[in-house]
Every structure is written in structure tokens, then in C-alpha cells.
Design a protein around this ligand. Structure first.
Ligand code: SF4
Ligand code: SF4
Length: 357
């Protein structure tokens, strides 16, 4: 069955204030937040951006959405989860400090930040799903407990998942640390000794201390490695190899099943909003990345698969190229296809462009 996806068009490099005005108009006119009731604790889940990231959705949109949620008599707040890897988002305290640095302060948004998985990412609840890989997945506890969720995602390429959008924001972004580990556990890197310069950068970023320098070359202890791909991301010398053919499909399927758990926990009380501006080659977890598409706009749907399918199609149509030609050359539609295959959401959609004065 085709699901509705609503499209708010923007000009390339259109000002955030102008786009925010359009989004507000659409949210009010179509009453997209009608599922939110009085006193509903309403989590607005997004990605605050790793240090140096340029793509994350800016605070002014959350200020506006927070006001609309409050008008429903509900209680909105911003939320996120800890990452697996090193950086400034590995625990709630560092993560919130980074969020404040990026402007997600109470003064800017009018919303408190309450982290969804506790101080160190271990606050979780098992959610049952009829998956092919999992019968239950570990979701950040707060996201299961609240009454309503607004899932705000920024579309990007991704070096393992193919692309990052709603499904990635839900599957990886709403999983607890153990849920994230479960998704990464099959991917294991290896070092190309002939390319390794012994610079030591990967040692600093490995969350497991699984890498050491032996004779000035990196060496990975497989029993410690969790397959997070952080070493691959930080190595500037192409010295980290990954067995992609065995990993990207598994990872993408696991992301989808975790996203299914998140959606199942909030049936009828969740909406998905994808931002297709500043679309970058890498996800917002990476400090820096390059823009790969002109700005396109915002997509809104009650179906997480349809909103991602429509987002990918719009980027490709605008570029006149496959995503694999402008981001990473790996199969990137596994998330969409697998979600359709297991009956979680609809890869088919009707795109409805909203006319905004
Ligand atoms: S970052 Fe790359 S080059 Fe540097 S030690 Fe690690 S594998 Fe070797
Ligand atoms: S060695 Fe393993 S755990 Fe360490 S950064 Fe690389 S993939 Fe992650």
C-alpha cells in the first residue's frame, strides 16, 4: 500500500528562517501533531551533530516545533542517545555539552534535553518484534516510556549503512549502547600493513582499545573489536580494510529491525520528518563532510520507510545519479527493501507537494 509523504520544497541554500516558516505553516495547516494529547511527554529525537559537523538540523526548528507541541497541552523535550565510539557524544554529560555548543540551549529552543538512554547508554527496554534476525531489540528506555515521539532526521550518505535518514536515526540512534553493539557485531576490520604509517590516529579513536602499534604498524585484537568502523573513518591512509560484502547488508538489516522496535513502541504516536538540506556524503557523526546535493526541502510522513524512500528518490532525481555515485559505492537500498520485505512500513509512497504561500 502506498503511504503519503508530504514535501515542503525549498530553494538551494534557502535561509533556515525561511524554511522554518514554511515548516511551521505546514505543521499547523495539516495539523501533523494531532496525535499528541494533553500532558503527553513528547520526545523530539534528533542528532545534535558531532563536533565540526555541518549538517544537523538547526535549533530554531526545535524552538518552533516545541511551541506547537506545547499548544497541544503536551510536555516536549529534546532527546538523544550515547554513541559507541569516541568523540564528544559517548556519555550524556559530554553529549549535552556538545549540544549546548551547537546552540541547543534552553534559551534557544525552550526545550530541556533529557538523554534517552541514561548517563552511559545502558538505560534500555527490550521491545518485542517479529523480526527475522531479532525477536526483541534493545531500545533506549525513555523513548519507550514517553507518550509521543517526533523523529527529526537529516538525510546523509553513510559509509556502511549506505544512507542515513529516519531508519538510521531510529535503528541506531534510538538503540541503547547494547542495541548498537548488537548491530555492529558482525563487521570486523583488518589493517593493510603496507599502507599503515603508524600515525596512531586509530588508537585514539578506538572505543575498545582494540588497536595497538606493533613494529610501528597498527594491529587489531579481534576479540576486543566491536566492528564500529571508527578506525576506518579516521584513517587517512586507506590502511583499514573492511569486508563490506559481508557487513553492509547485515548491518542495514539490523538497523531496520531496531527501527521496527522503536516504531512498534510508539504505534500511532510518532511522526517522521526528514531534512534534505546540507545533504552530506557522511553522516552527522563525522566531524566534517562534503555536501553532495543541492538543498531540496523537508519530507513528512507517518511511515518511516516511505519517508526515507521518497528522500532517496528526490536526491537521486535532483543529482541525476545514483546515491552510490555521489556518496559511497555500496548497496544502499537494503534498508528500504528489507523493511518492505519484513512488513515494516511501505517503500511505496505518494509524494504530495504542499503549496506554501
Ligand atoms: S590511522 Fe591508519 S595509518 Fe594511522 S596507525 Fe591507524 S591504520 Fe595505521
Ligand atoms: S578496531 Fe574495532 S572497535 Fe576499534 S575502532 Fe576499529 S572497528 Fe572499532
Amino acid at each position: 500500500m502506498k503511504e503519503k509523504v508530504y514535501f515542503i520544497k525549498m530553494q538551494d541554500k534557502e535561509d533556515d528562517r525561511s524554511l522554518c516558516r514554511k515548516l511551521k505553516h505546514a505543521l499547523e495547516k495539516k495539523d501533523f501533531f494531532s496525535f499528541i494529547g494533553p500532558k503527553d511527554l513528547t520526545a523530539v529525537k534528533t542528532h545534535f551533530g558531532e563536533e565540526g559537523s555541518i549538517g544537523y538540523v538547526r535549533p530554531l526548528y526545535f524552538s518552533m516545533m516545541g511551541e506547537l507541541i506545547k499548544m497541544k497541552g503536551a510536555i516536549p523535550f529534546l532527546t538523544e542517545t550515547s554513541t559507541l565510539y569516541s568523540g564528544r557524544r559517548t556519555n550524556a554529560a559530554d553529549h549535552m555539552t556538545l549540544a549546548y555548543d551547537h546552540g541547543f540551549t534552553f534559551e534557544e529552543t525552550g526545550l530541556p534535553i533529557v538523554m534517552a538512554d541514561g548517563l552511559i547508554g545502558d538505560d534500555e527496554i527490550d521491545v518485542e518484534i517479529p523480526g527475522k534476525i531479532y525477536q526483541k531489540v534493545k531500545i533506549a528506555a525513555l523513548l519507550v516510556k514517553v507518550q509521543a515521539v517526533i523523529m527529526v532526521s537529516h538525510l546523509t550518505g553513510h559509509l556502511v549503512a549506505g544512507f542515513g535518514g529516519t531508519l538510521k536515526n531510529m535503528g541506531m540512534g534510538c538503540a541503547s549502547r547494547r542495541g548498537k553493539l548488537a548491530q555492529h557485531s558482525t563487521a570486523k576490520p583488518s589493517i593493510r600493513k603496507n599502507k599503515c604509517t603508524g600515525c596512531g590516529e586509530c588508537l585514539k579513536w578506538c572505543p575498545q582499545n582494540a588497536i595497538s602499534l606493533v613494529n610501528k604498524k597498527a594491529e587489531i585484537k579481534n576479540n576486543l573489536c566491536i566492528g564500529c568502523a571508527e578506525c576506518l573513518a579516521v584513517c587517512r591512509f586507506d590502511a583499514v580494510g573492511y569486508n563490506w560484502s559481508e557487513t553492509y547488508v547485515n548491518l542495514q538489516k539490523k538497523i531496520v529491525e531496531h527501527a521496527w522496535g522503536m516504531a512498534a513502541a510508539k504505534k500511532g504516536k510518532i511522526i517522521y520528518i526528514n531534512f534534505l538540506n546540507r545533504v552530506t556524503k557522511d553522516c552527522d557523526c563525522m566531524g566534517r563532510s562534503t555536501v553532495i546535493s543541492p538543498d531540496l526541502g523537508i519530507l513528512i510522513s507517518y511511515d518511516p520507510v516511505a519517508v526515507d524512500a521518497a528522500s532517496l528518490d528526490l536526491v537521486e532525481q535532483r543529482a541525476g545519479k545514483k546515491l552510490s555515485q555521489i556518496a559511497y559505492d555500496i548497496p544502499y537500498r537494503v534498508q528500504i527493501d528489507y523493511a518492505g520485505e519484513i512488513g515494516f512500513g511501505s517503500p511505496q509512497y505518494d509524494l504530495i507537494e504542499l503549496q506554501i504561500p
